[in-house]
Design a protein around this ligand. Structure first.
Ligand SMILES: [Zn+2]
Ligand SMILES: [Zn+2]
Length: 642
């Protein structure tokens, strides 16, 4: 007589053992139809799971995160079933759920084509329509290995062989198809349907390039067609904004095989990069930071002392010189800044001391993890370290947070979330010190009027941190800035100051970066603005175009005038139709297109057009210059179109 306790606290009593599906049906027809799985006493199970004794139960539908995951993984099974029905020789391997969807890796004699994907999708729809029930059965491990070997599924047999022999193996089947799986799964294939196969790519078995190459099919799945459609629209929008594509179109940068994860900046890209630096210099200087520069290559011993070799060694590049010394290429700027601080005696009266550096750092990342500007091996941090007394942590943190928020606003990011990350498993320093640092950071964040989310275990190895997450124009989150309290490194590296009682004390070091990596922030900006950077960041702010040879002289004068006013202006005197030239510069996202025809020459004016196609009419040269300058100075808040 199992008594089932539901999430609202109510009970249901049954005369005999019941399945999760039976219980859902006893609650209502709608729920019976929507049920994908259940959580029985905290354990996620299939709807066919039989409850024999008293238990708590929560019914899972596609509205629950667990339900969405089951839906996606079941769609991966559906894909594998379809692939093997179309190509019985294809072998299955693994098919996990990923963000927004799933993938499944197959061993096959050749790469799958887009036509294959269409065939698979077609087959998947047929199986959904047939509404095949999903079965579960259990085998002993060795029996499961023998079973998969007998049907030619050698990858599955290898996966199972890695599971302890005492464990039971569950298999999930639908129609004449079956797969090794922990489950749970939807009760029948008819529960699926809002899916799309998105792409196919090569992937090595177990992610190791020495193994065979498999065919990975990616797909997405959602509770209903509307959510699927919205997602595909977002995906399309993200593809249009892909910074690698914009980088090519605007001739900003490139990558090549000889320098994995390192950027070759082209003139236009480097112009933007320098604008980011110039902007940050101005803000930092006003906030009391002093800029320094520390060596990129330092003796490995220094990094042993700092703890980096132990905790961060696998990400460090090393270099050996002819004199047999081993150096490390800096992965972080912190130890260098402590060396600058250690020169000479500092009194408590001098604190806070704020050192900033546009520090180029190198960190080894596996080549598979690299992604355009967003994930690189060589990058520039807008790094700073503030040396303070323990009493100053709070006030300095509040100042820091204010500065960061004002900078994000200038770049058009209004929605910024803050996460608080505490001690990670791999760390230096004792627990009492960590507790002190965490408490100080939390209370300062509250004092800055910031609500934070908790991000457990994600702090740096030397201290807790705040992470600043920006939401972009199409709703994606980007973690950029960090603010960290460090009670460890200054002591390890022998930094001191003299307190009011003439005693030697160890300062606290606050690490902070606002852009984080300039390369990555650059990529985010390109995607956020879809390449249409505000005029203050655009490599070319205005182009002067003539209609025919007759206006060439005036056009050249006009461009010269704008340059003398400090604008990044260019001239296009090519013997092409003006419509063609306008189109070309619009594609290059130049904010202002300034046309000189006969009438303009006569009145010494320029006809002003914007890259969005707006015709603002003719204006005298001085007015054109003043209004673009206004747009630049206001960082786009006051641009000509409004
Ligand atoms: Zn599975
Ligand atoms: Zn640092």
């Amino acid at each position: 007589m199992p008594v089932i306790t539901l999430p609202d606290g109510s009970n249901k009593t049954f005369d005999q053992p019941v399945t999760v599906a039976d219980i859902a049906a006893s609650i209502g027809r709608g729920l019976a139809k929507a049920a994908l799985a259940g959580v029985v006493d905290g354990r996620l199970v299939d709807t066919s799971h039989v409850v024999k004794s008293d238990a708590s139960l929560r019914i899972i539908t596609s509205r629950d995160p667990e339900g969405l995951e089951i839906l996606r993984h079941s769609t991966a099974h559906l894909l594998a079933q379809a692939v093997q029905s179309v190509y019985p020789k294809a072998q299955v391997t693994i098919g996990p759920v990923i963000e927004d969807g799933f993938y499944y890796d197959f061993a096959f004699e050749r790469p799958f084509t887009p036509e294959d994907l269409e065939k698979f999708e077609q087959k998947m729809r047929e199986i959904v329509k047939a509404d095949q029930p999903v079965r579960r059965r259990v085998l002993a491990r060795d029996a499961a290995i023998a079973h998969f070997k007998s049907i030619g599924e050698h990858y599955k047999a290898e996966i199972i062989a890695a599971i302890p022999s005492t464990e039971e193996i569950s298999l999930y089947g639908q129609g004449d198809w079956e797969d090794l799986c922990r489950g749970p799964h939807v009760p029948s294939t008819g529960k699926l349907g809002a899916f799309k196969l998105t792409k196919v790519a090569g992937a090595y078995w177990r992610g190791d390039s020495r193994n065979e190459m498999l065919q990975r099919i990616y797909g997405t799945a959602w509770p209903d067609d509307k959510q699927l459609k919205d997602y595909l629209t977002r995906l399309e929008e993200a593809e249009k904004r892909d910074h690698r594509r914009i980088g090519r179109e605007l001739d900003l940068f490139h990558f090549q095989e000889e320098a994995p994860g390192a950027v070759f900046w082209h003139p236009n890209g480097w112009t933007i990069f320098q604008q980011l630096i110039a902007y940050m210099r101005e803000k930092q200087s006003a906030a009391g930071y002093q800029e320094i520069s520390s060596p990129e290559i330092m003796d490995r011993e220094l990094w042993v002392q700092s703890g980096h070799v132990e905790k961060f060694g696998e990400n460090m590049f090393l270099t050996r010189t002819p004199d047999e010394r081993v150096y490390a290429i800096k992965p972080m700027n912190c130890p260098g800044h402590v060396q600058v601080f250690r020169q000479g005696l500092h009194s408590y009266r001098e604190l806070p001391i704020r050192y900033a550096e546009f520090g180029k750092v190198h960190r080894y990342e596996p080549s598979g993890a690299l992604h355009g500007l967003l994930r690189v091996r060589a990058f520039t941090q807008d790094d700073a370290h503030v040396f303070v007394t323990e009493d100053q942590i709070g006030e300095e943190t509040v100042r820091g947070i204010d500065l960061m928020m004002s900078i994000y606003r200038d770049f058009g990011f209004e929605n910024v979330r803050v996460k608080f990350a505490d001690r990670p498993e791999r760390r230096v320093g004792d627990d009492a010190t960590w507790t002190k640092a965490e408490e100080a950071l939390k209370s300062a964040t509250r004092a800055a009027g910031i609500d934070y989310e908790f991000n457990p275990g994600e702090g740096a190895f030397y201290g807790p941190k705040l992470e600043f997450v920006l939401k972009d124009a199409i709703g994606r989150d980007w973690q950029c800035g960090t603010w960290q309290v460090d009670l460890n490194l200054p002591g390890r590296l022998g930094a001191h100051y003299i307190d009011e009682n003439s005693q030697k004390r160890t300062p606290v070091m606050l690490h902070r970066a606002i852009f984080g990596s300039l390369e990555r922030f650059f990529g985010i900006l390109l995607e956020h603005h879809a390449g249409k950077l505000p005029a203050w960041l655009s490599p070319v702010q205005a182009v002067v175009l003539n209609i025919s040879e007759k206006q060439a002289k005036f056009a050249a004068e006009a461009a010269e005038f704008l340059k003398n006013q400090g604008l990044r202006a260019e001239i296009d005197l090519r013997n092409e139709k003006v419509g063609y030239k306008i189109r070309e510069h619009t594609l290059k996202r130049v904010p202002y297109l300034l046309v000189a025809g006969d009438r303009e020459v006569e009145s010494r004016q320029l006809a002003v057009r914007t890259r969005s196609g707006k015709d603002l009419g003719a204006m005298p040269l001085e007015e054109v210059a003043a209004r673009i300058a206004q747009d630049v100075a206001s960082r786009g808040l006051d641009h000509l179109e409004d």
